[in-house]
Design a protein around this ligand. Structure first.
Ligand SMILES: [Ca+2]
Length: 358
């Protein structure tokens, strides 16, 4: 090999070595930066999650403060402020609290008829029996208030069935069928609640088979799996319903039900017995600090209404929705908070968002 060729080979060798080193170095740098980014993202996400958890404590303090000097729970109290946002290091924490007694507890279709009034203030029995909507005659239960075995529906089941009618969600399935299917989904037995009911025998025969929960619902979205609750029916009910672990909690707070959800209160009466404006008036006339329990009778009488037993001016269940953003990390949290006198505790929490369309 002449010297000229030797120099050429050496040069090519050097170039190859340089190229290989460059490739390796680039690969190492890229892996390093990726690892750094990943660690950064994980740290951001962890921090966001911690901030979201912190929102629980904050929410409980806000609730406590809100009810310090007031017995009624209403929408002018600090807890009800919408769109709260707080700057945090590297991001922002937002959140809101909702009253879960301003919606129908789906699990209350299992409420025990004799198990109290459902009122959180313990004053449920003996509603005023004046006005034009006095309910039915003593001793006879109308067919639309009976289950398939002739037993009077529990207050929660009645409210559900009347709400379905009130919202016009009974065009595809009859209201009784929806109620029976829902009861079967949450009750622990495998005996259909009626002709519309459905237990494992029905669900395991579907193209994609599954079983009934046979326990109280943990999420409103479970309704999508229940027989008869088509997307149309689900959409109609969705904004009016929620789930609480206590089946006997069906009392609605007249002070926190949104005016656009007045159907919830109308459903406390037999369908078709109220004039359109009676409940609307009651909601519109709400004083800034809500109705006091002692003035309900007078106010309802003024609108020719009896006070339903399952109506209250207080609330004990709240839902916190919090979102924390830190750098590239984000955490969404939903926590169910129970008020017990002056104490508050988190009954359940989950990360992620249950109803992103809300
Ligand atoms: Ca069942």
């Amino acid at each position: 090999m002449n010297p000229k060729h030797a120099r050429g080979v050496a040069l090519i060798t050097v170039l190859i070595v340089v190229a290989v080193v460059a490739i390796v170095a680039t690969g190492m740098a890229s892996a390093f930066f990726m690892a750094m980014n990943r660690t950064g993202n994980v740290l951001d996400a962890d921090q966001a999650q911690e901030y979201a958890r912190g929102a629980e404590e904050f929410a409980m303090q806000v609730l406590k403060k809100s009810f310090e000097n007031e017995k009624s729970v209403h929408l002018r109290q600090p807890w009800a402020v919408r769109g709260m946002a707080f700057p945090i290091e590297g991001g922002v924490l937002t959140g809101e609290i909702r009253d879960l007694q301003a919606c129908l507890n789906l699990n209350s279709v299992l409420a025990n008829s004799e198990g109290g009034s459902g009122r959180s203030d313990g004053k449920g029995k003996g509603g005023q029996q004046q006005g034009q909507n006095l309910g039915q005659g003593q001793g006879t239960v109308p067919p639309d208030e009976q289950d398939a075995f002739g037993k009077e529906l529990s207050p929660g089941a009645k409210l559900f069935q009347f709400l379905v009618v009130e919202l016009g969600a009974n065009t595809e399935q009859r209201e009784q069928e929806l109620r029976e299917a829902l009861v079967d989904w949450v009750d622990e037995d495998q005996n259909p609640a009626g002709p519309g009911g459905a237990e494992d025998v029905y669900y395991t025969g579907l193209k994609t088979p599954y079983r009934t929960a046979d326990q109280p619902m943990a999420s409103v979205t479970e309704l999508r799996a229940v027989k008869g609750f088509t997307p149309k029916v689900y959409d109609k009910l969705h904004d009016y319903v929620c789930v609480l672990p206590d089946a006997n909690q069906y009392a609605l707070n007249v002070n926190t039900v949104a005016e656009e959800h007045s159907a919830l209160l109308t459903a406390l009466y037999k369908p078709g017995t109220l004039s359109g404006s009676q409940i609307q008036n009651l909601l519109k006339e709400r004083p800034p600090k809500g109705y006091a329990a002692s003035e309900l009778a007078t106010k309802f009488q003024a609108n020719q209404l009896r006070v339903p037993n399952s109506l209250t001016t207080e609330s004990n269940y709240f839902l916190l929705r919090a979102r924390a953003v830190v750098g590239r990390g984000e955490a969404r949290l939903e926590a169910l908070i129970k008020r017990e006198g002056g104490n508050y505790r988190v009954l359940s929490r989950h990360f992620g968002e249950e109803n992103v369309d809300e």
